[in-house]
Ligand binder design. Structure first.
Ligand SMILES: [Zn+2]
Ligand SMILES: [Zn+2]
Length: 139
């Protein structure tokens, strides 16, 4: 008995039909290990023969199923594998080159008090840190 690809299984567990492009998108986002845009996904997977519309639908379907986190960065949606660091971690955005990095080492406890906005209590907020990335700082 061969071991089933864990990505195929997580698609099925999430109630999604297993397609080659969905497996490809999930595999890519688990590999890059940071949030990337639809355009970047298309750039990585364009050679595989899937068109941009298919890849975009996959990103939305996988996000709705909870397999990806949708992160709004610089007014552009970015997508990351939900399994990597879990949701709710802040993202570090470089003010010079715009590169994005997850910061799972930083945990922020959101307030549960009634006076806080509802979105904050539900964790439906984006936490972002702005600064200069290592590469730009060294340049
Ligand atoms: Zn930078
Ligand atoms: Zn992240």
């Amino acid at each position: 008995v061969t071991q089933e690809d864990p990505r195929r299984r997580s698609l099925r567990d999430a109630g999604l039909k297993v397609t080659a492009s969905r497996v490809g998108v999930l595999e890519l986002l688990q590999r890059v290990n940071k949030p990337i845009t639809h355009a970047e996904v298309a750039e990585h997977l364009g050679d595989a023969g899937w068109d941009r519309a298919t890849l975009y639908r996959n990103l939305i379907d996988l996000s709705d199923a909870g397999l990806l986190n949708r992160v709004s960065l610089g007014s552009v949606w970015h997508f990351e594998a939900a399994t990597k660091h879990g949701g709710g971690h802040p993202h570090f955005v470089c003010v010079e080159c715009g590169s994005v990095r997850c910061t799972p080492e930083l945990r922020v406890r959101l307030p549960k008090t009634k006076s806080a906005p509802r979105a904050l209590r539900r964790g439906e907020v984006e936490l972002q840190l702005h600064g200069v990335c290592d590469r730009c700082a060294a340049a």
